[in-house]
Design a protein around this ligand. Structure first.
Ligand code: ADP
Length: 636
């Protein structure tokens, strides 16, 4: 088996110029919003950079003219001094502008990330969790990392366009004389004075000026069309070169199962960037030829300019000083037009990548946003009802929950039990409104939960999921899920969660960093310790509902049962919901719901459920009991 590129239409360029400009104007507006002040400064820098060479060209022309003409010492001294001072002044102002621009643009790429993070933050979880959404984001990142394609590319294009336009205008002003100054009528080559000769030369120069960058852009378009392959290649390298080797949860398995040769095999399957691969063949073939032509044409251009200017000077139209000015100006004109055409080509190549960015940024949130506030009840007596709830994950073929109807007796201890895959976590995700039901409704105090303000509704739940995660930030901030916190309460929650002793042994206390990603002194907490921190985080949130969704699945059944019942002692008046596929862990609960195949097949106390000999609970209990007995013997 080998790794295959997922076919998308990145390479196709179907955009008309109006769309290309609109897309880039939007990119400009976005980045300008994230980096205020940067673009105006870049504009000033670009204008300065484009205009200043003409001062040198003009002064050199004056100096050479003087040297080859009147040779007045005073004039020459003044011109040399002026040239020196202007060169110094230009360099100093340029350096200051550069420095200022560097400061403002130092966070440019970071801001380019922020815009996507902001989008994610506002995204419904159901959309965020879809594989298609992840693929979209990953494609944007890969195109960005590969060759800077996407929204962030606008900064280079912006500078190039401004400086190209200024260079063109400056060059036109300085080169007008080339066509207006005439060869004396009785001199050879006087026919060059005719408007037809001027138009022919200008047309020839314009043709070469446009053709050269067009050839280069054509070459680059092959590069841009390889986007899929290159980004896929980058993805493979990132995965095998970093994620598969270094990520915390993978690196031990790697060694235990000697997986390196297997990883190497799949990595070598990807031929994107190696000799003989499609891209190297293109560089040697069609892409290389277009680039070579793009490099050759400017030389032809220079030859024609030199010939025309020198012949006119030789025939007496103007002096040696003007030769310098005209050649410098026309070359700058060619450079300006080339840069403009090249940038336009770059914008055209960037359009499909921008489209991908906007498709992602414009993804609409599918969930209805309600406006009711969840009343803050001092007695915490919230009542929740699932009414005929059916749910199917996006793009799934079967329902994960089927016609579930249940009413919670609030303030009590509830359990959700069932085998793996029976729908327990899905039930909790729906309760927390991470997803909306496909059919049916969920009510809080008699009102459909969709009618509540989303953030408000979320605040009534504290959940510790099986795959919870902690951040590589200080312990206290992890527990409080924020930068500022009540240290005494954080300590109390850690204590209650059983982390007290470990906290006492930490020299930096709550300021201790978890893991070593950002601090060498960070601590690598064990799986069990991490669980306790996650439990403390749930306690600190102090929400009316507290839910444990098998965060203890990695522990043995007896340890899990102990943690669950210990936790039960500390949750106070909250409604606690315990989820487990091990029935013994939830035996103490007032109400147990038994899930099987996405439906509730039993509900009651442990004793009630066990007394139904044909029930699922009875079957599971006795199937699992043998195992617990053995564990208990071992412990005993
Ligand atoms: P449990 O918590 O009881 O182990 P889950 O609620 O996690 O079960 O899963 C119930 C069913 O839904 C399973 O068949 C599982 O494969 C499926 N499922 C869970 N998450 C997703 C998802 N994000 N997309 C598609 N199917 C899913």
């Amino acid at each position: 088996m080998s790794l295959k590129i997922k076919k998308t239409k990145t390479g196709e360029n179907k955009f008309i110029w109006k769309q290309i400009f609109q897309m880039h104007i939007r990119a400009f507006r976005i980045m300008n919003g994230y980096c205020p002040g940067m673009f105006p400064l870049m504009a000033v820098r670009a204008v300065w950079g484009a205009l200043t060479p003409y001062i040198g060209i003009w002064l050199s022309a004056q100096l050479i003219g003087e040297l080859s003409g009147a040779r007045r010492m005073e004039e020459i001294r003044e011109l040399v001094l002026l040239s020196l001072c202007s060169a110094i002044g230009i360099a100093v102002v340029g350096a200051l502008l550069d420095r200022w621009q560097n400061v403002l643009s130092s966070t440019y790429w970071l801001n380019g990330r922020k815009l996507y993070i902001d989008k994610m933050r506002g995204m419904d979880y159901s959309l965020f969790d879809e594989q298609e959404t992840k693929d979209r984001y990953s494609q944007i990142n890969q195109a960005q990392n590969w060759s800077g394609w996407g929204i962030g590319r606008i900064n280079g294009q912006f500078t190039n366009i401004i400086s190209a336009v200024i260079r063109i205008l400056g060059a036109v002003v300085l080169s007008v004389g080339l066509f207006t100054q005439k060869i004396p009528a009785d001199y050879p080559y006087a026919f060059l004075n005719s408007p037809l000769a001027a138009v022919t030369v200008i047309a020839l120069l314009l043709l070469l000026t446009f053709l050269a960058p067009a050839c280069s852009a054509k070459g680059s378009s092959y590069w841009a069309q390889s986007g899929e392959e290159a980004t896929f290649g980058n993805r493979v390298f990132t995965f095998f070169g970093w994620s598969a080797v270094y990520e915390r949860h993978r690196k031990v398995d790697q060694r235990m199962y000697a997986q390196f040769p297997m990883i190497r095999y799949y990595m070598d399957q990807n031929k994107s960037f190696i000799c003989g691969g499609r891209m190297s063949k293109m560089a040697k073939g069609v892409m290389g030829r277009w680039h070579a032509l793009g490099g050759l044409l400017p030389q032809l251009f220079t030859g024609i300019v030199y010939l025309f200017v020198c012949v006119k000077a030789w025939a007496g139209a103007f002096g040696v000083g003007d030769v310098t000015q005209y050649i410098g100006a026309i070359s700058a004109l060619c450079g300006g037009v080339s840069s403009l055409v090249q940038t336009l080509g770059d914008m055209r190549n960037n359009a499909p990548y921008l489209e991908k960015c906007y498709e992602y940024l414009d993804l609409p949130n599918p969930m209805y946003q309600g406006s009711l506030t969840t009343e803050k009840r001092a007695d915490r007596k919230y009542e929740v009802e699932f009414r005929n709830v059916t749910f199917r994950y996006p793009n799934a073929k079967t329902d994960s929950l089927k016609n579930v109807s249940v009413k919670f007796r609030i303030g009590e201890r509830l359990a959700v039990v069932g085998q793996n895959g029976s729908g327990k976590t899905t039930f909790i995700k729906l309760l927390c409104r991470l997803y909306d039901p496909t059919e049916g409704e969920i009510l809080l105090n008699g009102i459909d939960i969709r009618k509540y303000k989303y953030d408000d509704y979320m605040k009534i739940f504290s959940v510790v999921f099986q795959d919870f995660s902690l951040l590589s930030f200080p312990l206290g901030e992890n527990v409080a899920a924020g930068k500022t916190y009540d240290a005494a309460r954080v300590r109390d929650c850690l204590e209650k969660a059983g982390f007290g002793e470990r906290l006492a042994a930490m020299p930096a206390g709550l300021d201790t960093y978890l893991y070593k990603d950002f601090k060498d002194t960070g601590v690598e907490v064990s799986g069990g310790e991490a669980q306790k921190i996650a439990l403390a985080r749930a306690l600190y949130r102090d929400a009316p509902f507290i839910i444990l969704d098998e965060p203890t699945a990695a522990l043995d059944p007896i340890a899990e049962a102990e943690i669950y019942s210990h936790f039960n002692d500390i949750v106070g008046d909250k409604t606690a919901i315990y989820i487990s596929h091990r029935l013994s862990s939830c035996r103490f609960c007032d109400e147990i719901m038994v899930f099987d195949g996405g439906t509730i097949v039993g509900q009651g106390t442990h004793e009630e459920l066990l007394s139904d000999e044909n029930g699922k609970y009875h079957e599971l209990w006795f199937a699992q009991a043998q195992y617990y007995d053995k564990e208990e013997e071992k412990v005993g």
